[in-house]
Design a protein around this ligand. Structure first.
Ligand code: TXA
Ligand code: MG
Length: 364
């Protein structure tokens, strides 16, 4: 096996699906586009190929992988049985950002499931991705294509940053449409349990299931989550993150107070913006307007990214990871992020921000 940091990483385009599918089939690591985030793909029936995923990501070995299928016909040989509710979920939300866990068949290597008896399956809503899986002829194991713990990549450039030299190829299909990962669910009797909030919201699931609940471990740190990945710190940029949630004006005033406090501690910031620390603000359009009103003479030591509209969590989801990565590039020392109301896709956004900040969330 080649050393994991010494591989020549080929940059492929959407015209290279044939090659990408073939590389995947023979056991290479290929970063693949999906509608949620870029995945780090490998043959999901080959334990040694999946070993390389763990090595390239530096991923804890007990954290299972999602197997991606090109259609429902691929599912049957991977699972023991499909209940009517699971069938309805597939019919309604596939292809799309919903991952469903099933009791696995003997064909699925333990390496895919981290030793669990269940396997997570998803059919991505991305034509290029499904075509590559079809050409590979096997399910494709694919975690997000970031180094473990870092924000997930929503562009090929972000994948390259984390994975250059560690994987065989990247298929660049432009920015991902949704920007946060799939929702992971498990069906128990007639209840859908959300193990990880994501692109398919609770409200959407309630259209096909009478009972939809969140895994209680999502809100209780003393419980072991059913999705092992949820117990790790995740999605974190390089600097400490503080998240503020509240009415836009209140958030703006709180941000102003934090900036004032930091600037007072470091008087040199007022004249010399090269002084440390640099503050990053990630906020909504509404809050930028309010902040401009309360803090007209912005100190230049503040780096601002507007990541969407507070009233439209989908716009926040879309630019969240890319914005966090941009703050890494700029090199801010502390990052203050405006969160959102946890409804609809806002649940997934807040889940990621809680993880990125290590639970440093202030409700205003
Ligand atoms: O949108 C997505 O889901 C992306 C794209 C690439 O498809 N993939 C992704 O994979 O986010 P990853 O590995 O970063 O996250 C998978 C999550 C983890 O929290 C993992 O613990 C959970 O799914 N998971 C995987 N298999 C599971 C299983 N058998 N039972 C419970 N949770 C499982
Ligand atoms: Mg991930």
């Amino acid at each position: 096996m080649e050393a994991v940091d010494n591989i020549e990483t080929q940059l492929l385009t959407v015209n290279d699906v044939e090659l990408a599918g073939t590389l995947l089939r023979v056991g290479d690591l290929v970063a693949i586009p999906t509608e949620t985030v870029y995945g780090l793909g490998a043959n999901g029936l080959a334990a040694d190929a999946m070993d390389r995923i763990y090595e390239a990501k530096g991923r804890p070995s007990d954290n299972p992988l999602i197997l991606h299928v090109c259609d429902q016909s691929m599912v049957h040989r991977l699972v023991q049985h499909i209940t009517p509710l699971e069938q309805r979920l597939m019919d309604t939300f596939w292809p799309g950002p919903l991952t469903i866990t099933f009791e696995k068949s003997a064909l699925v290597p333990e390496r895919a499931t981290g030793g669990l008896s269940r396997v997570a399956l998803r059919c991505p809503n991305h034509d290029v991705c499904r075509e590559m899986i079809r050409i590979a002829g096997v399910p494709i194991a694919a975690p997000s294509a970031n180094r473990s713990g870092r924000p997930s990549p929503t562009t090929a450039e972000a994948v390259l940053h984390d994975m250059k030299g560690r994987i065989h190829a990247i298929v660049d299909a432009g920015p991902c449409e949704i920007g946060v990962e799939s929702t992971v669910v498990q069906v128990e009797d007639h209840t859908v349990i959300i193990l990880r909030p994501g692109g398919v919201t609770k409200e959407m699931l309630e259209m096909v299931a009478d009972h939809v609940i969140y895994d209680t471990a999502l809100h209780d740190p003393t419980e072991a989550p059913k999705a092992p990945g949820m117990k790790y710190r995740h999605y974190a940029p390089d600097m400490p993150v503080q998240v503020l949630v509240g009415q836009s004006l209140t958030v703006a005033e709180y941000m102003k107070d934090i900036i004032d406090t930091i600037v007072q501690q470091e008087p040199m910031l007022q004249e010399d913006c090269k002084g440390k620390p640099r503050i990053g603000l990630l906020l909504s359009e509404e809050t930028l307007e309010n902040l401009n009103a309360v803090l007209p003479n912005f100190t230049l030591s503040v780096d601002i990214i507007v990541y969407g509209e507070q009233a439209e969590p989908i716009s926040l989801a879309n630019r969240l990871y890319d914005s966090l990565l941009q703050f890494n590039d700029v090199g801010v020392d502390t990052l203050i992020v405006e969160g959102c109301t946890p409804v609809g896709l806002g649940v997934a956004v807040m889940n990621r921000l809680e993880k990125a900040s290590g639970g440093h969330v202030t409700l205003l």
